[in-house]
Structure formats: C-alpha cells, structure tokens
Design a protein around this ligand. Structure first.
Ligand code: KG4
Length: 340
C-alpha cells in the first residue's frame, strides 16, 4: 500500500502544505506573507495571524492539486521547530486537529532536517539524482549557517556552525542598512550579478575549526559604507553593484573555505546545499566550480525547495514515518533547536 504524507510548514513567514506519495511530490503550495515587507523584517504576531488565515486554503489547495482526498492520507508531517513559536503553533495545532479528525498519525519534523533532506523529494519526469550517504550539507538560511554530516536520513552531525550571525542575516541586515530593501539576499544577489567582485576587500574572520562568524564582516561593510558616504553622499548609489558583488564574494569565500576544509577532513565528496541562501546564484556557481575542481558530486536543490516549503517537511516526515516514529498529541512546538 502507498504511503501518502501531508506536510505542513509554518515556522516563519511562509504557510506551506505539500503532498508526497511514496517519496514522489504530488503538490507543494506556498503562501508567502507580503505583510512584513513594510517593516523590513518578519513581525512574529503578524506572521501567526497570516498563518491562521492561510492554513485552511493552503492545505485544501495542496490536497486538491494532488488529487488526494483527506481520508486517503496515511500521516501528517509538521514542522515542530525551530522557528517563531506563534507561527509554529498554527501548523502544529492544525496537524493535531486533522490527525484527530482523520484518525491518522502525525510525525514531527525538525525544520533544519527538512532543508538537509530537500534533495530527496522525487518528482515525475525529473532525473531525481540523490546524494549517497554520508554526504555534507552546507545549510545556509536566515537563522542558520552550518556544515552538517548526514549519515542517513535520520542521523546527522553538525560539524561546524556560526558562533554569531547567520549568513542570511548578514545579507538581510546589510541590505537594510544600505537602504537596498528586504529581504536582502535576493536583492544583493541581483545587484552583485552586474558588479565587479574584486573592487572592494573586506576583512575575513579567523575562527578555529569548522565554525563560522559573520558579524565582523557585517560591521566592516557598514563602517566602510558609512566612511565613504561621509566623503561622497552618492557613493552608495554610484557603486552599489560593485559593493554588493564584493560583499557577496566575501561571504561566499567564508562559506566555501570551511566547506572545503570539512570535505578534506572527512574525505566526503558528496556535497549538497540547503536553506534560503542556497538560492544565491554566486554560491551555486561557486559550489559547482569547486566541485568540478575537487571531484565532488554536487547536488543543488531546485529554487522552489531552497526557501521554506512543505515538500521538504513531507519527505523528512516520510522517513520518520517509515522508521516507525509517531508523535503524540501532547507535543508542543519549540522555537530553539536545542529544545527539540
Ligand atoms: O530558509 P529561509 O527561507 O528561512 C529562514 O531561515 O528564515 O531563508 C531566508 C534567508 C533570508 O536571509 C534571505 O535573504 C535569504 O534566505 N535568501 C538569499 C537569496 N534568497 C533568499 N540569500 C542570498 N541570495 C539569494 N538569492
């Protein structure tokens, strides 16, 4: 008999539902929340209210697109955390209600594990290349920057992680301070494509081992722009493409240095990336370039699986379900990974 899993994702500002049948994606619906744009960042209370409005139509659409009736579902996978508590509560409560009404089990999923396993979502008509275990995943998002060694779908170790800001935060905060807009990643990515990445240099952090730090480079960019603007108020406007290209290159260099080190230390040549920043075109090109040079097998997720989506939650839930895991109805969402 087939396993049909409904995935529900509501950890931040995207409400998403997806249906997966025996590992194949049938639907993946995402409702993004425009309400945060004018505040230059996600407002938690507004996010949970928007999730409440979105969750029923998003789940209904995902089922309709998949051509699956609620009573045909095998289990419900939902994001338990990490993320915004109020947002997570909407998805978790919805999963519980559906689990009771349909009398089917639910399985909780760690959002980061979803990103790490995004390459396992199979699609009809695609080549569905999947990394072999163990592989390394560079997990880069608005809240995390980690190098993860994935031994099996349910067994992974964090080899290195940021000791301060996440790389997505560096993109977002710097873009906001430079007056370029929010979210910063895609804006900087676009401007960087038209600029000279060698024009400006930013100091690199010296952190032991495989850990990252992004707060120093963020400050160094902001001081640099402030000092130049004091000399020429039009400096930013005249040079924004080169500034973005140089800044983005510096961030990618930092990410790649440690990833290369991790690959050397572990001897692993199966390399994947995940999380919102894995949509970055500069980073994607660089991973492929290094991969060709170093004999890596690289796996880049499709754009729709880089940012928050329920397809990755459904596939992670599918692995947990197959391993016999079930989540009890008294489960509560958690905002921090340490509480998982
Ligand atoms: O995984 P994600 O959707 O959720 C959070 O962790 O919140 O990641 C969002 C992050 C934001 O920091 C955003 O600026 C970044 O992903 N991002 C990008 C790009 N697209 C999204 N960063 C760099 N280049 C991009 N093209």
């Amino acid at each position: 008999m087939s396993d049909i899993i409904l995935g529900i994702e509501s950890s931040c500002d995207d409400t998403s539902a997806a249906v997966i049948k025996d590992g194949f994606l049938l639907s993946n619906v995402i409702a993004s929340q425009a309400v945060h744009k004018e505040y230059g960042g996600v407002v938690p209370e507004l996010a949970s209210r928007a999730h409440e409005q979105n969750i029923v139509p998003v789940v209904s659409q995902a089922l309709a697109k998949a051509g699956v009736k609620p009573e045909e579902l095998t289990a419900i996978a939902f994001t338990r955390g990490p993320g915004l508590l109020g947002s997570l509560l909407v998805g978790t409560s919805f999963a519980k209600a559906l689990s009771i009404s349909l009398d089917i089990p639910m399985v909780m999923v760690n959002h980061l594990q979803g990103h790490i396993l995004a390459n396992f979502v199979k699609q009809e008509g695609k080549d569905n290349r999947q990394p072999a275990f163990p592989y390394l995943c560079l997990l880069v998002s608005g809240g995390n920057s980690q190098i993860v060694k994935v031994n099996s779908p349910l067994d992974f170790e964090i080899l290195g992680q940021t000791i301060d800001d996440a790389v997505g935060e560096a993109f977002d905060k710097c873009s906001k301070m430079m007056g370029l807009g929010y979210p910063g990643g895609p804006i900087i990515d676009k401007l960087a494509a038209q600029g000279d990445p060698t024009r400006f240099k930013f100091a690199k952090p010296h952190i032991e081992g495989l850990d990252y730090s992004f707060s120093g480079i963020k400050t160094s960019l902001l001081y640099f722009v402030r000092d130049e603007m004091a000399k020429d108020p039009e400096f930013m406007e005249k040079n924004k493409e080169d500034i973005c290209a140089s800044f983005q290159k510096a961030l990618i260099d930092i990410l790649m240095d440690k990833l290369i080190k991790a690959a050397k230390q572990t001897g692993i040549k199966e390399i994947t990336i995940g999380g919102g920043v894995s949509a970055n075109s500069g980073l994607r090109n660089r991973i492929e370039e290094e991969g060709r040079k170093r004999g890596w097998n690289t796996y880049l997720p499709e754009f729709k699986f880089t940012t928050d989506n329920a397809a990755m939650i459904a596939i992670a839930g599918y692995f947990h379900y197959q391993a016999g895991e079930r989540t009890s109805l008294d489960v509560a969402p958690v905002s921090r990974i340490a509480d998982f």
